[in-house]
Every structure is written in structure tokens, then in C-alpha cells.
Design a protein around this ligand. Structure first.
Ligand SMILES: NC(=O)c1ccc[n+]([C@@H]2O[C@H](COP(=O)([O-])OP(=O)(O)OC[C@H]3O[C@@H](n4cnc5c(N)ncnc54)[C@H](OP(=O)(O)O)[C@@H]3O)[C@@H](O)[C@H]2O)c1
Length: 293
């Protein structure tokens, strides 16, 4: 296996610092893209979710890649309607069946929703899922400080990971500082600034990160692409990064980022960017897909 950098989780496991995101891929696209990413580009990690409705394709892609199960770090997430203790226990079984796995490396609560009591119940189920060996590590996604505090106050397991929207123009400095204090690894979603016109409704913004002039100038200095510079910025900030692409050329490009280093000044100038800001939904407000019973 190519020696990609890893970050140690609070379970002691090593999580690859880079992987492929597969949001908005159909089952068919997921199968062929995951196979290419694993077999040819040698990605060490795949990030999917029950809500992406492509876990079966991901499972097929993994199986067809010929990679050993232990050689690929697989992340999936609980779909929002499956919040609650019993539903979460059933949901992991469906995901494992879809993915053709006996365990995932990391299972995340996809979205906190607005019901704190149910959220705590869901997290208790996650503790059980880990105890049952169905997820080697458990974590959360889109958790703000108050959600992390809720789990701490309930005396429950500290999540291994918080996967949050994070890219140039939205560096999430405060949430990262709290995660660091708690020993939680941060994964950046929409790390390249997201897909123009993606699924965030009227608020969906075009990708302006990859056309940003500051990033473009740094890319020219290094003979790299803007996407490669942005991926370096995440990695050099100690973040896990999961760029999505369905293009074979860009899948290869996005992992070919280990032959140059950004200077502290370059890192700081990217961190200082203030546009585009948040492009997805606000986890303190969004309750989409919440269970109604
Ligand atoms: N937890 C959550 O709530 C959450 C939310 C959103 C996303 N995520 C995860 O994060 C992953 C990544 O986020 P994302 O899919 O929103 O967006 P992203 O990775 O920031 O950006 C993807 C966009 O960039 C393009 N792209 C990729 N590589 C490129 C390159 N080298 N040069 C130019 N353009 C490039 C892609 O087009 P092509 O495909 O045509 O290359 C696509 O339009 C998702 O797939 C998902 O796994 C999680």
C-alpha cells in the first residue's frame, strides 16, 4: 500500500489523511469511480453515507478493486431519518450489507438535527455499534460546539472524528480549536469548495475556491493546480481531506500532492480568505430528514 499520511484517532487507529468523497454519485458511478480510485489511483479511504444512496455501488467498487478489506478505510454515515437508538442499530446493519463489509472503519452521525434527547440516544446506539465490532471507530458530522458539549455533559464517548464543512473561505478556526482540545480529528467536507449547483437548494453557490486569485497565484508558484494547493492546505493544517471527483484525471491529480510543500506565509494567506464563507446548510438550524415519530 502506498504510504499516505495518517492521523491517529482516539481509538488508537490510524486514519488516512486523504480519501475520496462520493456524494452525488449514482450507484453505477460509485462502483466504477471507487474501483478506479482504489485499484489504479491507490486511494486509502472512501467516504460515503447511507444518505448518498450509493453504498451498494461503493461496496461493489471495493470488491471489484481487488484491494484487501483491511487495506481500505471505509467511512459511512447514519441517514437523518434513522436517528434514535433502535433505528441506528438497524441502520448500521443495512449499511454493512450494502457495503459487503463486516465492519466499517468509521461510522458517523451525519447531521445532529434539532432534537437533543434523540441525539444522545443515537450516540448511545453508536457506542453499542462500536462495542459490537460493527464500527471500529464512531464519530459525528456537522456537530457544532454545543453538540460536542452535549455528549461530554452526558458522560458519553468522545467522538473520534467531526466531519464538517471546511475549505478556504470557511476555515472553522473556533470549532477546530475545540476539537483539538477534545482530541477529535477534523475531516473537511466540500474541501475544494464544493460542486457548483450542488444539493443545497437556493443557497447553493458556484465554486469560487478553485478560481480564487490568491490560490491561483500560489498554484502557479508551485507548478500545481489550484485543487492540489487547496488539498495541501488541508493536509498541512492537520485536517483529513476527502475531495470528490468522477474524473479519472482529477482523481489522480487530487492524490498527487506529496511533492511540494506550502510555506507558512502561503498557508496563512489561504487561511485569511473570507469568501465564499459557508456554502452548505447551518447545522444549528437545519432539521431536514428528522424522524417524525
Ligand atoms: N458530512 C456532510 O454533511 C457532507 C456534506 C458534503 C460533502 N461531504 C463529503 O465531502 C466530499 C467532498 O465534498 P463535495 O463533494 O461537496 O465537494 P468538493 O470535493 O469540495 O468538490 C467537488 C467538485 O470539485 C470538482 N473537482 C474535483 N477535483 C478537481 C480538480 N482537481 N480540479 C478541478 N475541479 C475538481 C468536482 O468535479 P468533477 O467530479 O467533475 O471532477 C466537483 O465539482 C463529498 O463527496 C462527501 O463525501 C460530506
Amino acid at each position: 500500500m502506498t504510504a499516505f499520511p495518517t492521523i491517529t484517532l482516539n481509538t488508537g487507529a490510524a486514519m488516512p489523511a486523504i480519501g475520496l468523497g462520493v456524494w452525488q454519485l449514482s450507484e453505477e458511478e460509485a462502483a466504477s469511480t471507487v474501483r478506479f480510485a482504489l485499484e489504479t489511483a491507490r486511494y486509502p479511504m472512501i467516504d460515503t453515507a447511507a444518505g448518498y444512496e450509493n453504498e451498494r455501488g461503493v461496496g461493489r467498487g471495493i470488491a471489484e478493486s481487488g484491494r484487501a478489506v483491511d487495506d481500505v478505510f471505509v467511512v459511512t454515515k447514519l441517514n437523518n431519518p434513522d436517528h434514535g437508538y433502535d433505528r441506528a442499530l438497524r441502520a448500521i446493519d443495512r449499511s454493512l450489507d450494502n457495503l459487503r463489509l463486516e465492519a466499517v472503519d468509521l461510522f458517523l452521525i451525519h447531521w445532529p438535527l434539532l432534537d437533543d434527547a434523540r441525539l444522545v440516544d443515537t450516540w448511545r446506539a453508536f457506542e453499542q455499534i462500536k462495542a459490537d465490532g460493527k464500527a471500529k471507530a464512531i464519530g459525528v458530522s456537522n456537530f457544532e460546539v454545543r453538540h460536542l458539549q452535549l455528549l461530554q455533559d452526558a458522560g458519553l464517548t468522545t467522538p473520534a472524528v467531526n466531519q464538517i464543512e471546511l475549505h478556504p473561505g470557511f476555515p472553522q478556526l473556533e470549532l477546530r480549536a475545540v476539537a483539538a482540545e477534545l482530541g477529535i480529528v477534523v475531516t473537511s467536507w466540500s474541501p475544494l469548495g464544493g460542486t457548483s449547483g450542488s444539493g443545497w437548494g437556493p443557497a447553493s453557490k458556484p465554486n469560487t475556491v478553485l478560481t480564487d486569485p490568491v490560490i491561483g497565484a500560489i498554484a502557479a508558484t508551485h507548478g500545481a493546480s489550484p485543487a492540489q494547493v487547496v488539498i495541501r492546505w488541508h493536509l498541512q493544517n492537520g485536517l483529513v481531506v476527502i475531495p470528490k471527483s468522477t474524473s479519472e484525471a482529477r482523481i489522480l491529480e487530487n492524490i498527487d500532492v506529496f511533492d511540494f510543500t506550502l510555506s507558512d506565509v502561503e498557508l496563512a494567506s489561504i487561511t485569511a480568505l473570507t469568501s465564499p464563507g459557508r456554502i452548505g446548510a447551518d447545522p444549528l438550524l437545519a432539521n431536514f430528514g428528522a424522524p417524525t415519530s
